[in-house]
Write a protein that binds this ligand. Structure first.
Ligand code: BGC
Length: 920
């Protein structure tokens, strides 16, 4: 027995030795280049490389790194960094290390790996990663733009345009063993690519929309696997997207139309023997507009006649005798750029909740959730049977679709059966915002098993989870999640259902920041920032809608100013300083433009357009049946924002090497602050402007209130909410962006909590009580005039999601550093909440915070990623009142008590998991 025990003891020690060894080792993983995993085409010549460290010990800090970049996998394997070998660099930087090797050229494939040294030891080399450079120069596109720059007789290019999809095909021969084959393509407005009958990639509605007069994004695919020796066929379907716009000959001064669908295709086949072959778009292709997609219009829907399918059209041997020779068509004006934000994809499929009959041959399908996407349908019947699907977000009282809020968007898909076997269909070039579908003409009785709801949005990671003990907060978060994903369409749009769907800047100024906790949206918003830059006029003006499919240069402060706020978000959340550097001069130009034109001698900015857009009517009755489409421009808003933006510009100047501008910004800011107080402060009321909630929130949170009036103004805010508003908010798109944080920063998280959990009008909870499964455009969305109440519009989220993460969960990036290199963990353990569980995938890795209360104790488990630190604020009178993993604080490994700050003990911890307990 004893002997056996000794063996076990010996084995145990061995196991421990081995396991501690491997645990001790720091690992490197999640390598990204320009925030992308193994991108196939970037056009950045100094790409930034990032990685994450991981390990089971606490307090892991990187002390050095080495990056090797090679021109082939083999060289990388042999540690031969022929493109770059950084050598061992003493540094804690693991995010955005700038490539500093051999000059990068078009089409280059770069393979890389990294190893790190940390205070816990040396890692092994990471798994290899790669990136490739796209086509950097216009003249490297050897194909020609092809298509048909005209409607066909069956097309209708009047107001509700109906244009058939264009099909293009080409056969070619592969003569030798292939090393690699890559396709570079621009298919406008939207494309689908096939090789030998097989669709390439999982993207839908590609490429991302841009202002095609400024730039066109190209996509790249590695098709080595899809080609075979001998004959091959490539096929491309072109849809309209925003290129051939949804409304023709309508307000041309406002709505841009770019032209007819077109293709530029460039394929390079590299044979194993080193020779190359090319397949290029030119008039050796064949094309037709007589395929099954009769019409595709983002607002109106898609019409598909399966009888017109052309079996094998994208395969070898298809008889294309009757097809036309494509024409050389007008070249888009914009520059050609690699698309570095993901395309859309079907991200989730959901089963309908019910299908019920509402009339002769008419059924209503309920998805149970307001989504943006489309329905996939299975059907069996006779050739020529026609199924019509009409989409809507809500139903009328009589059970019929409510479509008044879609304005003139027809939102109708039509499928004509080919007959015989079961047919499965989903549209290609449209999407809808809906929960309900009216089905007409379905042969037989449709059931929930015949339909699938396809949820379509940009292929990005869900980075955040969030749950509390309060069901209203949870449901609002869930609605926000649905709303945000539904409105990511290669650009953030306002809504996915009506005849609008425009990327309005004002809706996302603070929204983008909250959204970034839930979705890895850095590439989307970097792309949008570039779009905003492109929209700038020579004189400095920026559009309210970008890409400016609708031209609105209204010169208000708040919508275009989103330019600065998105750049600030990218820096704060993702440690990305490059957008600030690249856009600094344009931002300054816009600030100057607004100052020169609209700032008067009292330092008041006189121009505004939307005011506190969609602020709630005082009562539901007051707003019943009324349009919310009223503008109340306010000088207070534009002046406060100018002041706020100057603060951002000051920060940007320092970050972008323009420090010499700072003094000018500061001096102007001081004048504005004085002018603002002179003009708007109401001494006897201790408030500003009209002494409404938004006015006071802006003044206080933007730092315009002199110290001595701070408390009094905050008391006014509290008074407005608790007494005048009977415990409710009264803010629109502008005020709501500052609401929750102002209350919390001034010690009244309890009121913020009350607003977050209200269910009476106006509140987020009121929407839920009235059936919302996303976020409404209007606080009174159920009773206002229909033409402007979308049921999926994220602008009213304000700063709620930021508050959920930063103040309820306590996950916040410090302003001292960015991108969560230093994390501030200071949850509000508000009365009424028993627990919060939240996690966030930061650029450094996962941060989590889980706390729960009972009558006497709070337990708080938190995770801090490697190579970061967290400041942890615990409500306790001294360190003696806190334990960590059951031991007193001074014994706890990796926990450093700093000092008391107010009623909180401030601790500092390095990476790892911690488990704190303290008395309430
Ligand atoms: C849009 C809003 C937008 C507003 C500005 C509305 O029609 O849906 O989201 O910000 O117009 O005027």
């Amino acid at each position: 027995m004893k002997h056996k025990n000794r063996i076990f003891f010996f084995l145990g020690v061995l196991f421990l030795l081995f396991s501690t060894n491997s645990y001790a080792q720091t690992q490197v993983r999640n390598l990204t280049c320009e925030y992308l995993t193994n991108p196939l085409a970037i056009d950045v010549l100094e790409p930034r490389l990032s990685w994450q460290l991981a390990g089971n010990e606490r307090g892991i800090e990187q002390t050095a790194y080495q990056v090797i970049v090679a021109s082939s996998k083999e060289k990388l394997n042999d540690n031969e960094g022929d493109l770059w070998n950084s050598g061992k660099v003493e540094s804690d930087q693991s995010i955005n290390v700038v490539y500093d090797g051999v000059d990068l050229k078009s089409k280059m494939d770069c393979f890389w790996k990294v190893k790190v040294w940390s205070n816990k030891g040396e890692s092994i080399w990471s798994e290899p990663a790669n990136w490739s450079i796209g086509l950097l120069f216009y003249n490297e596109w050897w194909g020609r733009w092809i298509g048909f720059d005209r409607p066909f007789p069956w097309d209708d290019d009047s107001f509700h345009s109906r244009l058939s999809a264009r099909y293009l095909r080409k056969e070619f021969e592969v003569t030798k063993p292939i090393k690699q084959a890559k396709v570079y393509l621009m298919g406008l407005g939207l494309y689908e690519l096939y090789f030998n009958g097989q669709k390439i990639g999982d993207q839908v509605l590609a490429p991302v929309p841009t202002d095609y007069d400024e730039n066109v994004k190209y996509n790249v695919f590695d098709v080595t696997e899809q080609l075979k020796s001998g004959d091959n066929a490539v096929g491309v379907i072109l849809g309209n997207g925003r290129y051939y716009t949804m409304r023709q000959h309508y307000k041309p001064y406002k709505i841009k139309n770019f032209g007819f669908p077109k293709l530029m295709f460039h394929m390079e086949i590299e044979y194993e023997d080193g020779t190359k072959a090319y397949v290029l778009s030119n008039d050796s292709w064949k094309g037709t507009a007589e395929g099954p997609i009769l019409s595709n219009n983002e607002y109106d829907g898609e019409e598909y006649d399966a009888r017109k399918e052309m079996p094998g059209w994208n395969k070898v041997g298809f008889d294309d005798e009757g097809w036309l020779k494509p024409e050389y068509v007008q070249v888009p004006n914009g520059t050609f750029e690699a698309q570095m934000t993901p395309n859309m994809k079907v991200m989730e499929s959901i089963k309908p909740v019910s299908v019920s009959k509402i009339g002769e041959d008419r059924y209503i399908l309920d998805l149970g959730q307001n989504i943006a996407g489309w329905m996939k349908m299975t059907v069996q019947g006779n050739a020529g049977d026609t199924v019509q699907l009409r989409f809507a977000e809500v139903l009328q009282d009589n059970g019929e679709l409510f479509t008044a809020n879609l304005r003139d968007a027809k939102a109708t898909d039509i499928y004509i059966l080919k007959g015989g076997e079961k047919e499965t269909w989903e549209p290609r070039f449209v999407y809808h915002g809906f929960q309900f579908v009216e089905i007409t003409g379905y042969p037989g009785v449709p059931t929930v098993d015949d339909f699938v709801g396809q949820v379509v949005y940009d292929k990005m990671e869900t980075t955040g989870t969030f749950e509390t003990s309060n069901s209203i907060i949870n449901q609002v978060f869930k609605n926000a999640y649905w709303g945000i994903r539904g409105n990511y369409k290669g650009m953030p749009v306002d809504c996915p259902q009506r005849n609008e769907r425009q990327p309005w800047l004002g809706d996302r100024s603070t929204g983008c920041y909250g959204e970034s906790f839930i979705f890895g949206n850095e590439m989307l918003y970097s792309k949008w920032l570039d779009d905003i830059g492109y929209s700038q006029k020579e004189n400095g003006a920026i559009s309210d809608v970008v890409p400016n499919f609708w031209r609105y240069y209204s010169d208000n402060m708040t919508w275009p100013g989103t330019y600065l706020m998105v750049a600030d978000m990218l820096h704060r959340q993702y440690a990305d300083v490059r957008p600030i550097k690249e856009h600094y001069q344009s931002m300054k130009k816009w600030m100057d433009y607004m100052k020169d034109r609209y700032m008067n001698e009292d330092y008041i900015v006189t121009q505004d357009r939307y005011g506190d857009w969609c602020a709630p009517p005082v009562t539901i009755e007051a707003g019943r049946g009324k349009s919310a489409d009223k503008k109340h421009p306010r000088e207070l808003i534009s002046t406060a924002y100018y002041y706020y933006y100057l603060g951002l510009m000051e920060k940007f100047a320092l970050l972008s090497g323009n420090g010499s501008d700072v003094a000018e910004f500061q001096a102007l800011a001081q004048h504005i602050k004085d002018g603002f107080n002179r003009k708007f402060y109401l001494t006897e009321k201790a408030g500003y402007g009209e002494n409404i909630l938004t006015d006071n929130l802006l003044a206080l949170q933007m730092g315009l209130v002199p110290e001595e009036n701070h408390e009094a103004v905050f008391n006014t805010i509290v008074d407005i909410i608790l007494n005048r508003n009977n415990g409710h908010l009264s803010t629109g798109l502008i005020g709501t962006q500052w609401l929750m944080r102002t209350l919390t920063a001034n010690g009244r998280a309890d009121i913020a909590y009350q607003l977050a959990t209200n269910t009476t009008y106006p509140s987020w909870g009121y929407m839920i009580e009235n059936g919302a499964t996303a976020i409404w455009e209007l606080w009174n969305g159920n009773t206002a005039a229909p033409h402007m109440n979308s049921y999926n519009h994220v602008m009213m989220l304000g700063d709620l999601i930021i508050w959920d993460y930063e103040h309820l969960a306590g996950i916040k990036s410090s302003t001292e550093d960015s991108g969560f290199k230093e994390i501030v963990m200071k949850p509000e353990f508000v009365e009424g909440l028993d627990f919060v569980n939240a996690s966030y995938q930061s650029v450094y890795g996962e941060i989590s915070s889980e706390w729960q209360k009972d009558r006497s104790t709070i337990e708080w488990k938190l995770t801090v990623p490697a190579n970061t630190k967290a400041k942890v604020y615990i409500p306790a009178k001294s360190a003696a009142d806190i334990t960590e993993s059951g031991v007193e604080l001074y014994q706890a490994n990796g926990v450093n008590y700093l000092y008391q700050e107010g009623d909180r003990a401030l601790l500092e911890v390095g990476s790892g998991e911690y488990y704190f307990q303290f008395k309430r």
